[in-house]
Design a protein around this ligand. Structure first.
Ligand code: SIN
Length: 485
């Protein structure tokens, strides 16, 4: 007799763990993590979680989200996010989670770019994601499989029977009535990124191979304020809340150059800030910095402890020192196309939630701190849908195929891919460079690569192809014609 889970969840970020928490306790749920549970983008989220401040703010939050999304948002998805968002957060607080508040237990809301009011809740100062993740992990009562790479979705006749996993050199199939992909984005495809090291877009590539649609893959978001000189793949994020609470962006001459691009200066939506920094550096050859002189030292240390101590380790004395900044890849708006319950069209029992999914809730440019909220809201919708609409089918056993996951030259090719994606499918794109990148990716795909790199290449190809197809700039996708250089 094979063991059949009620649900398999791929990924232990906010979407995955919250889904696990919402399944009734008697359900058999398996959560699968590629390495450690904290190797997810939730863990590193700093700024916080956006939520309508009160009932009157719901419509304003909808308007801000739609405006940032530059016309590509699905209005219904945004309405769901903002209307259900408050209840999801209140529910999380009732489950015992503590957001930062004052002595009278009034929640502290901060402001980030693109938001027309302070509506971002945070925890541990700038350690919101880490606190949430810790809470969700403590709450989790289901089985967690660590160091386990999902190498296949077991799909037959549009029904997903589970997943194949590689764990400590062994391939094994796990079967389930429902499979939920909550594996996060794709930061490792880019040279500079803020994502957990293991987040590399393989599940998007796998979904594509299995016949799922990827949507809006050209919509990749670059965070404007990242310290990129630290060692290691994940670069040091400097939360947008810093600017919301008084930080400036300046150049070598102490000029607040962003006002030359937009009246909102450093509080413009992040696609505008990233692009302006990129352009200013190119045009003037000057360096760009985050200037924190408006902060009192004790306040800064308490409010932004992660940044204070991480940067201290890198030799900075904050808030006195200016920090060199660059934009870096941060978030994928595009992903596996789903309906508003996270269900993958064309499959009977396959779901995708969180950053890996595309409901069009973020449109062409995600409003800051809307993604943790998305994780809460859409994980709940997916679990409700599964509980209401589960259907019976006979589990089919699949052969435990052994596949070569990594080959000798993969590392070199991966690095080349990161460079190519950063240079040509990054903040500013050119049609001809995108075309050349597509040819090079195709060449890599034809070479002798391991399965994991193949999946990463397929995801990258989808980004590049979508960027080529969208000839006009929109939101995070900025494309210039050769003559405009
Ligand atoms: C930040 O803290 O600036 C990141 C918030 C987000 O990406 O939503």
């Amino acid at each position: 007799m094979i063991k059949v889970y009620d649900a398999i969840i791929i990924g232990a970020g906010i979407a995955g763990l919250n889904a696990a928490a919402l399944f009734p306790k008697d359900k058999k749920v398996l959560v699968i993590c590629k390495e450690n549970s904290w190797d997810c983008n939730t863990f590193y989220a700093q700024g916080g979680v956006a939520v309508p401040y009160d009932r009157d703010d719901i419509d304003v939050h909808i308007k801000d989200t739609m405006a940032a999304g530059a016309g590509l948002c699905d209005r219904e998805a945004v309405e769901i996010l903002c209307r259900d968002g408050r209840a999801s957060i209140d529910d999380f607080i009732n489950r015992g989670f503590l957001f930062d508040s004052d002595e009278e237990r009034n929640l502290h809301y901060t402001k980030e770019a693109g938001h027309s009011r302070a509506r971002i809740l945070h925890a541990g100062g700038d350690a919101t994601g880490r606190h949430m993740h810790h809470f969700l992990m403590k709450e989790n009562s289901h089985l967690l499989l660590y160091n386990s790479v999902v190498t296949d979705l077991l799909i037959d006749n549009d029904i997903c029977h589970g997943v194949r996993v590689h764990h400590k050199g062994i391939f094994r199939n796990y079967y389930a009535k429902t499979t939920i992909i909550a594996s996060g984005g794709l930061g490792s495809i880019y040279k500079y990124h803020t994502n957990a090291r293991t987040i590399s877009g393989e599940m998007q590539g796998l979904a594509l191979e299995k016949g799922c649609l990827l949507q809006d893959m050209e919509m990749m978001q670059f965070h404007p304020t990242v310290f990129i000189h630290n060692k290691g793949a994940r670069k040091q994020l400097l939360t947008e809340a810093l600017r919301g609470e008084g930080a400036w962006i300046i150049d070598d001459n102490k000029k607040r150059f962003l006002f030359e691009y937009d009246d909102r200066g450093a509080m413009s939506p992040r696609n505008i800030v990233s692009r302006s920094i990129f352009d200013w550096r190119k045009k003037t050859g000057l360096n760009t910095y985050l200037d924190l002189h408006n902060f009192d030292k004790d306040f800064f240390k308490k409010r932004f402890p992660t940044i204070y101590f991480n940067l201290k380790d890198l030799g900075f004395n904050l808030p006195e020192d200016n920090v060199p900044i660059s934009p870096a890849f941060h978030y994928a708006m595009g992903g596996i196309k789903t309906d508003l319950n996270g269900k993958v069209p064309g499959f009977k029992n396959l779901y995708a939630i969180g950053e890996v999914a595309s409901t069009r809730v973020h449109g062409a440019n995600r409003l800051a701190s809307n993604s943790l909220l998305e994780g809460f809201v859409f994980s709940k919708r997916a679990v409700c849908d599964i509980e209401k609409n589960s259907f019976n089918f006979k589990i089919k056993q699949f052969i435990e195929d052994e596949e070569v996951l990594i080959k000798e030259d993969d590392k070199e090719l991966k690095n080349r891919l990161r460079e190519l994606m950063w240079e040509n499918a990054g903040i500013v794109r050119e049609y001809n460079n995108l075309k050349k990148t597509l040819i090079e990716i195709d060449k890599m795909l034809k070479s002798d690569v391991g399965k994991l790199l193949r999946l990463r290449l397929k995801t990258s190809k989808s980004i590049v192809q979508s960027a080529i197809n969208r000839r006009e700039s929109l939101g995070a996708h900025y494309i210039i014609k050769e003559g405009d250089k």
